[in-house]
Write a protein that binds this ligand. Structure first.
Ligand code: TUI
Length: 309
């Protein structure tokens, strides 16, 4: 499955594992890279020391390329950005903002930079400032989401830029990967599917929640605060949406979600925590190792595209 993305990154398959906050740590990232995809460590809102340690652990477990996702709203973003250059991390992806101010430093360190974008305008800006590729992420994805769907966003970004485009949001199996390639993407990024991988260290309650979710079980909270976040519906999303409708203040709403993801991932509190997940949760029915999963995805994609002999 050679594409411009596999060539750019030196990986076997055009499959990136999303750099999900709290979920994407070095065990998962290194397993995905070892299996021929690109594994990412999610720096989320963690301090620099934690991220540096994660990077060093990943380097011990794989000699293949891996990356780090930097969540640009993090108070530690500046510090983590510098560590990327010091540790010569092969690939950096970014989310929830524009990484323009770090671009020169990363390019000088030889890092491949792949910002996640939710609009054509940001994709163009990222290309102009030197991005090597972009991830075009539709609102079917879990966590912080934009406005457009993957089906609408990806071909528009593909037409707008010359650099490779990676599709994300709503992709859960080989049919989704094949569809993304048909839209002109050079690869995919998948998050939710990897939460349930054997190597994923998330609490078993979180995995069970995704395994039993149906197509209609996610909700987007925070549209009113400007921080829309998709998660599996539970007591927290219900209370949040009710308060949001009643015109609650930003602080009241933030208090409901504060630390919610950690609560769900680490403590397994899937009732009051934030069980971030994409809309494809209903497609996820089994816990596989990263190698089994990636092999299955590649097989399914080839079958759909009739590439198999
Ligand atoms: O970043 C994500 N997804 C995330 S980050 C996250 S951590 C979090 N935890 C609790 C509350 C809120 C966040 C969970 N999920 N995806 C990448 C992404 N980036 N999606 C959309 C965007 C985006 C949105 C606006 C990127 C840039 C942007 O505007 C930047 C600009 O300057 O125009």
């Amino acid at each position: 499955m050679k594409t411009r993305l596999t060539e750019l990154l030196g990986i076997e398959y055009p499959i990136i594992q999303g750099g999900m906050a709290w979920v994407a740590e070095y065990h998962l990232a290194s397993a995905v890279s070892e299996a021929g995809g690109l594994g990412l460590i999610g720096a989320a809102s963690a301090p620099g020391d934690w991220v540096r340690e994660q990077v060093r652990r990943a380097k011990e477990l794989t000699k293949k390329p891996f990356g780090v996702n930097i969540m640009l709203m993090s108070p530690y973003a500046d510090e983590v950005a510098k560590i990327m250059a010091e540790e010569e991390v092969p690939v950096v992806t970014t989310g929830a903002g524009s990484p323009e101010k770090y671009m020169q430093m990363w390019k000088e360190a030889g890092i491949r930079v792949i910002p996640v974008v939710a609009s054509v305008a940001l994709a163009r800006r990222m290309e102009r400032c030197g991005a090597d590729a972009v991830v075009a992420e539709g609102m079917e994805s879990g966590g912080h989401v934009g406005e457009s769907t993957t089906m609408a966003l990806v071909p528009q970004v593909v037409d707008a830029v010359e650099i490779p485009v990676v599709a994300a949001g709503g992709i859960g199996d080989g049919r989704g990967i094949a569809a993304a390639l048909m839209l002109g993407a050079q690869g995919v990024q998948m998050g939710t599917r990897f939460i349930v991988a054997k190597e994923s260290q998330v609490h078993n309650n979180y995995k069970k929640c995704i395994l039993k979710a149906r197509d209609i079980d996610t909700r987007v909270t925070g549209r009113a605060t400007g921080h829309p976040v998709r998660a599996i519906r539970n007591q927290m999303t219900k209370a949040y949406l009710q308060k949001e409708q009643e015109g609650a203040t930003f602080e009241e709403l933030e208090n409901l979600t504060l630390g919610g993801l950690r609560k769900a991932v680490v403590e397994g509190d899937v009732v009051n925590g934030s069980v971030m997940s994409g809309q494809i949760a209903g497609l996820v029915k089994e816990e596989l190792s990263c190698r089994e999963l990636i092999q299955k995805l590649v097989r399914e994609t080839e079958e759909v595209l009739c590439l198999k002999l």
